[in-house]
Design a protein around this ligand. Sequence first.
Ligand SMILES: Nc1ncnc2c1ncn2[C@@H]1O[C@H](COP(=O)(O)OP(=O)(O)O)[C@@H](O)[C@H]1O
Ligand SMILES: [Mg+2]
Length: 575
Amino acid sequence: MSLRMRINLIITTLIVLFTLLTVNIIVSDMRRSIREEMEAGGKITIQLLTGVLQGTSLVQAGRHPNEVLVQFLESLGRVRAHEIELFGADGHVLYQSPPSTYKVGRDAPRWFYDMVATRLDSMTLETGEGRVVVRPDDTRSVLDAWDDLVQLLWLLAGLLVVVNVVVFLLVGRALRPARMILAGMSQMQRGHYHTRLPRFAVRDFDEIGRTFNGMADALELSHAENQRLALVVRQSSDAIIINDLQGNISFWNPAAERLFGYPAREIVGRSATLLTPAGAQAEVEANLAAIRDRRVIENLETRRLTRAGDDLDVLLSAAPLIDPASDEVIGGIVTMRDITAQKRAQQAEADLEQNRRLTRLIQQHLEEERRSIARELHDELGQCVTAIRTIGAAIANRTRETLPEVNASAQTIVQVGGHIYDVVHGIIRQLRPSALDNLGLREALEELRDSWSDRYPEITVRMELQGDLDDLGETVNITVYRLLQECITNVIRHAAANRADVRIARENGTLEVTVRDNGKGLGERNAVDSARFGLMGLRERVEGLSGRFSIESRPGEGVVVRASIPLRPVAAVTA
Ligand SMILES: Nc1ncnc2c1ncn2[C@@H]1O[C@H](COP(=O)(O)OP(=O)(O)O)[C@@H](O)[C@H]1O
Ligand SMILES: [Mg+2]
């Protein structure tokens, strides 16, 4: 029952009790006053009649006393609520007072009458010639009392209705905040966490309202936070799995579904050992033990099994799941990231590095080989040619006068020897740039440029060298030198250009080499013939040093060759 109805019921009960009490008091009061009235009325009537009977007035000449009495009684009529009867000596009725005209035809209900009636006995007065009987009749008084009571009851009933209506309205108004609070709570229960209560005039309700709003704020915040977390978990690209301390899975997000192939409904409730490849049991046990000890596992590289039976390389992190109420570890939150591709890339990178090492080694051996050939050429062939020239000159000297024909042949030997000497020295220079060993990269490059200018005056070679090029190390030096040698040779041989621009710059730990010509470009193919080894060898050399190599060609506008070589400590490069 609502509070409102209850209050109304209490008020109704109180008013009814009050009414019953009042009626009780009034009724007993009525009974007393009716009795008093009847008794008093009876007494007065008897006294009056006694007075009349004793008086002389009844004795009138020639008239029977009863006749006189009847005349008196007729003039008297009814005395208050009493009926008067006169009986003769023989007992028959001589006179009877007229019936009451007051509220004639109406009577109080019988039960009410029984309740308040006086039941007084009739009184008899002997006249000598008969008797007068005075009989009290209280029905009129009782009817009056009844009418009064009914009026009072109507009044009280009216009061009851009015009081109830007023109280109902007042309580309704007073309890309106309570209803609003209730409505707010049920809104909240239905998940409308943005529900807030207004300020109330009554302080107690206002207090409740403010507390409610504070609670709603906190709830809304934590709900939003929960939703955000749920979204993160749902949309995470990492598999997120929750398992209990026995290793049984209780949560499985969509990424886990994608990664391992098990739908959540199939794996939730089952053991996480489903994902464990043979031989990894010990690791899983160790992980569970760590979780039990409230430890965190971070970025553990391990393997797991998919539903299809494939082995996955995963990066596993795990943290204990702690029940905030009991502060006990109830399970673990595990995230796993597929690093198979990463691992493959790492492997490819390692393979590439291996290749580079190999290339570097080959290039080093080649350079050494060239160096030893150059030395042999210089020391052996050079000596022999010098000897031939010296002998030729001696023969020429000796035969100048005597044997002019021999002399001419000897002269030719000296000339051819000189030519061979130049060719050998050219070859030696090609094989091993001695300037690189003696003077350093900068001078070696400038010497190279000068030799081109001498030999090919129709092509202008401009060279721009920036930054410190002194300590680049043997491998980088020889690479740059060979790069330039090959590129300019290509320009001279293939480009039909009249100009080549070389730029070598050391910038932020990298050596940038650019060779640009204004020739005809690479032609239709716009690519380098893989059967040719010049540019390909350069690419290998540069990539062997972890650098980048590119060829750009625009038909009719020339070719640009670019190399970008990272500079590492000398020791690492030569290793
Ligand atoms: N600067 C250039 N201008 C035009 N064509 C070039 C240039 N450099 C190279 N080429 C073309 O690319 C081909 C491959 O060059 P390369 O690998 O050095 O081999 P090779 O010089 O032995 O022919 C050359 O045969 C030539 O056709
Ligand atoms: Mg070439």
